[in-house]
Design a protein around this ligand. Structure first.
Ligand code: GLC
Ligand code: CA
Length: 572
């Protein structure tokens, strides 16, 4: 796999970013074109050799992220948590789990990041807490009738002895969305709602104490200096009044197509209007990013109306196959949907919940985002590199999930006994194979954990494949054909080229079937991106001068042979 840099020289290194002051002045809308790198704390860098990534580890690797050329870092949860869902089950929203470090480590990480010109976005999990959260534990202890139970969704069961769940909702992780609690005297009690694992009881957002508590949590982290929040299950907090049954079984199949009584209810928007006021009280443009799985991009746009959040993940784009016609359609719909609300479109290909795109594209399309087979690795990597260059050329903000810059595939052959994804253990859940994208990333050396931890031969919470020695940051650095250098170059060009980054328009150019070609214009120069999504080379007239290419390309006499499954960036 090779790439072609203009004149075989790398673009100038990324200019040193300005440190970010807490009071960073005039509004320039930094998030409108930001490249935001997702760190999954368990798997990024382990400072103390216990096999689990941690905040000091992340802190020590911030210069790598600055040099990669990203603008901001989003950290998946590092709060106090029994880890029933890898930290998305929070037992104390204002504490760092000892396995990740301390609040002082978080403070140091935020300060160091700002010194390096990187912004920090933290994860907020407001749909549910851990079942070990003090509120839930007290509600259990106080028994039915306690006002504390109203902070969650407790209900008596149906059936003669309350032995049936209160409604027929199914958990995203499989099985019923209700678990029966045990009364303080040991007898079977009320049921409580959990859209995810039983260890993740859903909050009742109609209760004022819940809303107040989250306002206070937002302020706590804003006072710590974070630049924004990624809001987990942002479409889930409000449930349809009366918690009505759903007229179908196998409900997970409906997700994403229908409005469910527990997802994407109009009431959630009031919460975001309230939070926006809090974000705006703070200097330096603090942002909110919605993780909202909605049936359409148009409905996603509701989350980023001017008085709500700043960005929402574009999961429709993530779910699109490597196919020119499909990509063109989703790009148009995405840009069209965000224009009326004046929000940047976002682009994302991978995260901690889906099979990495190098593996999705290595398999037959149309299999969803939880793939269990490695597929054709070489093909997958070729397409992944091309898809990443395409994504980074589109107008708006882009998300990069740790390790995709190394071209990492999913680990599809993890033995069952090492798996930790709670969904894996619940029959017919949606997300059972997420451990495959969560394997700790390789930094250096020839022996596992490849620099993830301090000691060669030391542990990592999920085992890394032997081939990853050849994919480490150390091996790829300085190799112009590596995926890491492709990302570094792409991010440097993106920063330097006036027609890249923020924007709302692309101009489609005529192109042979299976090829996408679009132009972006600015007063200081134009840019063209061409992606050949077919498995064969395609000849086109060269639209300009090559800036960057995801694969070897041959140009001669004003024509170019676009390699199979490749993207080329052009200056025009
Ligand atoms: C979000 C997270 C996922 C988690 C779920 C429940 O979808 O990204 O990792 O399991 O919410 O919190
Ligand atoms: Ca550790």
């Amino acid at each position: 796999m090779t790439q072609n840099l203009a004149g075989a020289s790398r673009p100038a290194p990324v200019p040193a970013a300005e440190p970010i002051a807490a009071s960073a002045g005039a509004s320039r809308g930094w998030w409108r074109d930001a490249v935001i790198y997702q760190v999954y704390p368990r798997s990024f860098a382990d400072s103390n050799g216990d096999g689990m990534g941690d905040l000091p580890g992340i802190r020590s690797r911030l210069p790598y992220l600055r040099d990669l050329g990203v603008d901001a870092v989003w950290l998946s949860p590092f709060y106090a948590s029994p880890q029933a869902d890898a930290g998305y089950d929070v037992s104390d929203y204002r504490a760092v789990d000892p396995m990740f470090g301390t609040l002082l480590d978080a403070d140091g990480l935020i300060r160091d990041a700002h010194e390096l010109g990187l912004r920090i976005i933290v994860d907020l999990v407001p749909n549910h807490s851990s079942d070990q959260h003090e509120w839930f534990q007290r509600a259990l202890r106080e028994g039915p009738g306690s006002p504390l139970r109203d902070r969650y969704h407790f209900r008596p069961g149906k059936g003669e002895n309350g032995e049936l769940p209160p409604n027929n909702w199914e958990s995203i992780f499989g099985g019923p969305a209700w678990t029966r609690s045990v009364n303080p005297d040991g007898t079977p009690g009320e049921w409580y709602l959990h859209l995810f694992a039983p260890e993740q009881p859903d909050f009742n957002w109609e209760n004022r104490a819940v809303a107040d508590e989250f306002r206070s949590i937002l302020r706590f982290w804003l006072d710590m200096g974070v630049d924004g929040f990624r809001i987990d299950v942002a479409h889930g907090m409000v449930k349809q009044a009366g918690l009505p049954d759903i007229g179908a079984g196998d409900q997970l199949k409906l997700l994403g197509n229908d409005v469910m009584p527990f997802f994407d209810q109009d009431g959630v928007h009031e919460i975001y209007r309230d939070w926006r006021k809090i974000l705006d009280e703070y200097p330096g443009e603090r942002i909110g990013v919605a993780e909202a799985w909605t049936p359409t991009v148009q409905r996603t746009a509701n989350y980023v109306r001017p008085d709500e959040l700043h960005q929402a993940f574009n999961f429709q784009y993530l779910g699109t196959s490597w196919d020119a016609a499909e990509l063109r359609e989703v790009i148009d719909v995405s840009l069209d949907s965000m224009r009326p609300v004046d929000a940047p479109t976002t682009w994302v290909l991978s995260n901690h919940d889906v099979t990495r795109h190098a593996t999705r594209f290595a398999n037959e399309p149309g299999q969803g985002t939880q793939i269990r087979t490695a597929g054709d690795r070489e093909l997958g990597l070729r397409r992944a590199r091309a898809a990443s260059l395409l994504m980074l050329a589109l107008p708006g903000s882009a998300y990069v999930y740790q390790g995709e810059e190394l071209g990492l595939p999913d680990v599809t052959d993890l033995p069952d006994e090492v798996r930790q994804d709670p969904s894996f253990f619940r029959a017919s859940g949606q997300d059972g194979f997420r451990d495959g994208c969560r394997v700790p990333i390789p930094w250096s050396g020839t022996e596992a954990p490849y620099g993830f931890g301090p000691n060669a031969g030391g542990p990592s919470w999920l085992p890394q494949p032997a081939e990853w020695a050849g994919l480490s940051v150390e091996v790829q650095t300085g190799d112009p054909t590596s995926t890491l250098e492709l990302y570094r170059s792409a991010l440097a060009v993106r920063r330097a080229h006036p027609a890249l980054g923020a924007g709302t328009e692309v101009t489609w150019l005529e192109a042979p079937e299976g090829v996408l070609a679009f132009r972006r214009d600015s007063a200081q120069g134009s840019f063209v991106c061409t992606s050949n999504t077919t498995g064969a080379p395609v000849r086109i007239a060269a639209p300009g001068r090559i800036l960057l290419s995801s694969a070897d390309t041959e140009a001669a006499d004003g024509e170019i042979l676009l390699a199979a499954d490749s993207t080329v960036w052009w200056a025009v």
